[in-house]
Design a protein around this ligand. Structure first.
Ligand code: SF4
Ligand code: SF4
Length: 150
């Protein structure tokens, strides 16, 4: 079975960078710019979702978002595990870490490759500058708490 043709990032680089530079969860819009799941997906559903770009409600983006990990009260506002839930709970507080893009099964691999190759150095250096900032949450403490929870 042929693989689904992935979106050529050169065709969408301008709009993609606008999305990646906006303080709002980017995964939904990156999904809409993608070609969706390939036909060889192994999901246990009868529907053929090849080329389908809609949110699967897998919750990967909700689970990975550092804003929701640091502030569980935001997450408790909804039980939904969709990109729309991410947008309503994170909104303009999005940290532009791009993690939600990388874990979404509906975002084209070419877009993920672009993010890793063109954005990650900037993301890591921006986050690195915040280490030790008194206004920032203590990530080590947060991780200890998360690991100690049953
Ligand atoms: S995972 Fe990162 S980029 Fe995605 S919504 Fe959360 S802070 Fe924003
Ligand atoms: S990671 Fe899952 S829940 Fe989030 S946008 Fe992608 S398909 Fe939807």
């Amino acid at each position: 079975m042929p693989l689904l043709k992935q979106r050529d990032v050169k065709e969408i680089e301008g709009i993609l960078n606008k999305i990646l530079n906006t303080h709002s969860p980017p995964v939904g819009r990156c999904r809409l710019l993608s070609s969706g799941f390939g036909p060889a997906h192994a999901l246990n559903i009868a529907e053929d979702i090849s080329g389908h770009k809609e949110c699967l409600g897998c919750g990967n983006c909700v689970d990975i978002c550092p804003i929701l990990l640091r502030e569980p009260s935001r997450r408790e506002k909804t039980e939904q595990r969709t990109s729309m839930a991410l947008e309503s709970t994170v909104g303009e507080d999005c940290d532009l870490c791009d993690a939600c893009i990388l874990v979404c099964p509906q975002v084209a691999t070419t877009i993920k490759n672009y993010v890793v190759n063109h954005r990650m150095v900037e993301v890591m250096s921006r986050l690195g500058e915040r280490i030790g900032d008194e206004d920032e949450p203590d990530l080590d403490l947060f991780l200890e708490e998360a690991i100690s929870q049953p």
